[in-house]
Design a protein around this ligand. Structure first.
Ligand code: FAD
Ligand code: FES
Length: 284
C-alpha cells in the first residue's frame, strides 16, 4: 500500500473518490447489488476495510447515504453494495447504469472483530437486508475457513422472494463446512425450507457457549429476541455483536447525527458487542 495515497484517503475524509459501476444485479423488487471499481488506481490499491464497515455513497446533485460493504475484504479492487431503494439517494443510485460514475468515501466505522473470532465457532443471524453487512463477514470467513470452528448461519426473511443472495445460499445449504438454515414467515408453493421466525431455529441448535461468537444484523425488532436466545445458550455478552444503523450524515464523528448513548455509531460502531450496547443504555 502506498503511504502517500493512504494519507490522502485519511487526510480529507469528506472527499468522495470517483468509482465506476461495473455490474448491477437486481436481487428483488427493491434491492440491487452494485459492484464498483474505484477509478484512481492508487486509491483502489490503498482501499482496505473490515467486514461490517460502511462507505458514504454520493450521487452528484442528490446527496449521500451510508451503505455497508457487502463484499469480503479479500475481494481486491472491487466494492459491492447491496442497496434498498428507500428515498432520494438510493433511488438515484437504482436509476444508474453500468459504467456510470458515483462518489465513494470511507471506509468508516468499526466492523466485526474478525481476528478475535478466529479459532472459535461463529453463529451468524441475519434478517432481511441485515444480510448485506453479514455477507461480507460470511465471505471473509469462507476465505479463511480453516481458522474457524463450526460456522452456523441463520437467515430469516418475510417470504421466499425477499431472501437476498438466494442463489448463493441455496448452494451453501449442501456444504458440509457451513450449517445454513433459512426460514420465512410466509412460505409460497416453491418453499421447502423452515417456516417461522429466525428465533425458532435456536431450539435445535447445539451451541458451545465457551467458544462461540455471535453476529446479528437485521431489523431493530429482531435484536432483542435473538440476543435473548443467545443468552439462553449461555453465550457471553461481550461475544455477541450487533450492527446499529443510526441516521448518519458525516460518517466521521463530526456532525452528531448518529449519537447512541454517549458514543457515535459512525466511529464507535456501527458494530458493538452486547455488553457495550447495554452500557450505552441502548434499548435492545
Ligand atoms: C451504517 C449504515 C449502514 C447501512 N447499510 C445499508 C445497506 O447495506 N443497504 C441499504 O440499502 N441501506 C443501508 N443503510 C440505510 C441507508 O443508509 C438509508 O436507507 C439511506 O441513507 C436512505 O437515503 P435516501 O436518500 O435514499 O433516503 P431519504 O430520502 O433520506 O429517506 C427515505 C426514507 O428512509 C429513511 N431513512 C433514512 N436514513 C435511514 C437510516 N439510516 N435508517 C433507516 N431509515 C432511514 C427516511 O426516514 C425516509 O423514510 C445503512 C445505514 C447505516 C447508518
Ligand atoms: S454521522 Fe456525523 S457524527 Fe456520526
Amino acid at each position: 500500500m502506498s503511504t502517500d495515497v493512504y494519507k490522502q484517503l485519511r487526510a480529507n475524509p469528506y472527499r468522495p473518490w470517483p468509482a465506476r459501476i461495473t455490474s448491477i444485479t437486481e436481487l428483488t423488487e427493491t434491492e440491487k447489488l452494485f459492484e464498483f471499481r474505484l477509478i484512481d488506481e492508487d486509491v483502489r490499491e490503498a482501499f482496505d476495510f473490515d467486514a461490517g464497515q460502511f462507505v458514504e455513497v454520493s450521487i452528484f446533485g442528490v446527496g449521500e447515504a451510508p451503505i455497508s460493504i457487502s463484499s469480503a475484504p479479500s475481494k481486491q479492487g472491487f466494492i459491492e453494495l447491496c442497496v434498498r431503494r428507500a428515498g432520494d439517494v438510493t433511488s438515484a443510485l437504482h436509476n444508474k447504469q453500468c459504467g456510470d460514475i458515483v462518489g465513494l468515501r470511507g471506509p468508516f466505522g468499526r466492523g466485526f472483530p474478525f481476528d478475535e473470532m478466529k479459532g472459535h465457532d461463529v453463529l451468524l443471524v441475519a434478517g432481511g437486508l441485515g444480510i448485506a453487512p453479514l455477507k461480507s463477514l460470511i465471505n471473509h470467513i469462507h476465505d479463511e475457513r480453516h481458522d474457524f470452528g463450526r460456522v452456523t448461519i441463520l437467515l430469516g426473511a418475510k417470504n421466499p422472494g425477499e431472501i437476498l443472495f438466494r442463489k448463493q445460499f441455496d448452494m451453501w445449504k449442501h456444504r458440509e463446512d457451513f450449517d445454513l438454515i433459512m426460514t420465512v414467515d410466509q412460505p409460497d408453493d416453491s418453499w421447502d425450507g423452515d417456516v417461522g421466525l429466525v428465533t425458532k431455529l435456536f431450539d435445535r441448535l447445539d451451541v458451545d457457549a465457551t467458544s462461540t461468537y455471535g453476529a446479528i444484523c437485521g431489523p431493530p425488532v429482531m435484536y432483542k429476541y435473538v440476543i435473548e436466545e443467545m443468552r439462553k445458550k449461555h453465550m457471553d455478552a461481550d461475544r455477541i455483536y450487533v450492527s446499529f444503523e443510526r441516521r448518519m450524515k458525516c460518517g466521521i464523528g463530526k456532525c452528531g447525527h448518529c449519537g447512541v448513548g454517549h458514543q457515535y455509531a459512525c466511529i464507535d460502531g456501527p458494530v458493538f458487542n452486547y455488553w457495550e450496547a447495554m452500557n450505552l443504555q441502548e434499548a435492545i
